[in-house]
Design a protein around this ligand. Structure first.
Ligand code: UDP
Length: 311
């Protein structure tokens, strides 16, 4: 198989490239490095089956030769990033998804959209099954990401129904691991970097809001299974084990051995109060469930950030 991965320089995109190459596939990686990091794929530069194209996916995508898969992972994905890049976030989710679907259709390739638990907004149903339509504020600051991804899902289904493109939609819940940007603003990277530097851990609000954290290797395994043997309906991939943000802070302090204090900061606007995936569909359809515990995953992530910060 030869696959196009958009957002190849990103946290998830780069892990996906590694995994596809390890399976013997050819990969065309695409990124414009708005939030991606060239260092994430620097080790692939001389890989015989990897090709890198620097391109903004919101404009026409041209690829020479055949393609069997298009995996659309390009997008700012941290709340801090999409608040700073609202127009780019809207454009990559809408125009970028349209262009990526267009190339999949032209090449007869299977398409996978990296969607998000944000399509559920601040959910009124807990945990969230794929059948839940969500509670999103379209005009709030997070709307640029949430609505772009909701549009992207609708566009993907339209290409499936109208053009017969073989499509997949993965709704990705909070994921962490090596290659997150140290200052990307998300809670796991923030807490680890703060703990390692002896800075206060910034808990937003009172820290009673919950998230369910999936280690990146588990997530990639679920996505590859969905791509290979799933269907067009959206599938949640995430770890159903739920923690409060304050519990996460405590765990990071213990695992790093840091003496950093915990400080409270204002809760961002429209910050979801709870989030936990119902993974029944992934389990039934793909026989998938996460294996890495938060403690093990955090240890591996802490090792990574230690090396990045020291380096
Ligand atoms: N959060 C926090 N401190 C930080 C960063 C984030 O308490 O330094 C909280 C944030 O308000 C949210 C949760 O941690 O409730 C997860 O935030 P993140 O930015 O990782 O992603 P989200 O799940 O909100 O998209």
């Amino acid at each position: 198989m030869r696959a196009l991965v958009t957002g190849a320089g990103g946290f998830l995109g780069s892990h996906l490239c590694d995994r596809l190459l390890a399976q013997g596939h050819g990969v065309v990686g695409m990124d414009n490095y708005v939030t991606g990091n060239p260092a994430n794929i620097a080790h692939l530069e001389h890989h015989p089956h990897f090709q890198l194209i620097r391109h903004d996916v919101t404009t026409f995508i041209e690829i020479d030769g055949p393609l069997d898969g298009v995996l659309h992972f390009a997008s700012p994905a941290s709340p801090v990033d999409y608040l700073e890049l609202p127009i780019q976030t809207l454009k990559v989710g809408s125009l970028g998804t349209h262009k990526a679907l267009g190339v999949a259709k032209a090449k007869g390739a299977r398409f996978l959209l990296a969607s998000t638990s944000e399509v559920y907004g601040d959910p009124l149903l807990h945990p969230q099954p794929e059948s839940y339509w969500g509670n999103v504020n379209p005009v709030g600051p997070r709307g640029v990401y949430d609505e772009a991804k909701r549009f992207a899902e609708a566009m993907t289904m339209a290409y499936h129904r109208y053009h017969g493109v073989d499509t997949r939609i993965v709704r990705i819940f909070n994921t962490y691991g090596p290659r997150m940007r140290p200052r990307d603003g998300r809670v796991v990277s923030n807490f680890i970097v703060q703990a390692l530097k002896g800075e206060p851990l910034t808990v937003y609000g009172d820290g009673s809001q919950t998230r369910s954290f999936c280690y990146v290797d588990d997530l990639i395994e679920g996505i590859v299974r969905l791509f290979e043997r799933g269907g067009p309906d959206p599938v949640n991939i995430g770890n159903p084990r739920e923690f409060t943000v304050r519990e996460l802070a405590g765990l990071v302090l213990r695992l790093t051995g840091s003496k950093s204090p915990i400080v409270e900061r204002p809760l961002p606007v429209d910050d979801p109060k709870v989030r936990q995936p119902d993974i029944t569909r992934a389990h039934t359809l793909l026989a998938w469930e996460p294996r890495v515990t938060l403690e093990d995953g955090l240890r591996r992530t802490i090792d990574y950030f230690r090396a990045v910060i020291d380096g």
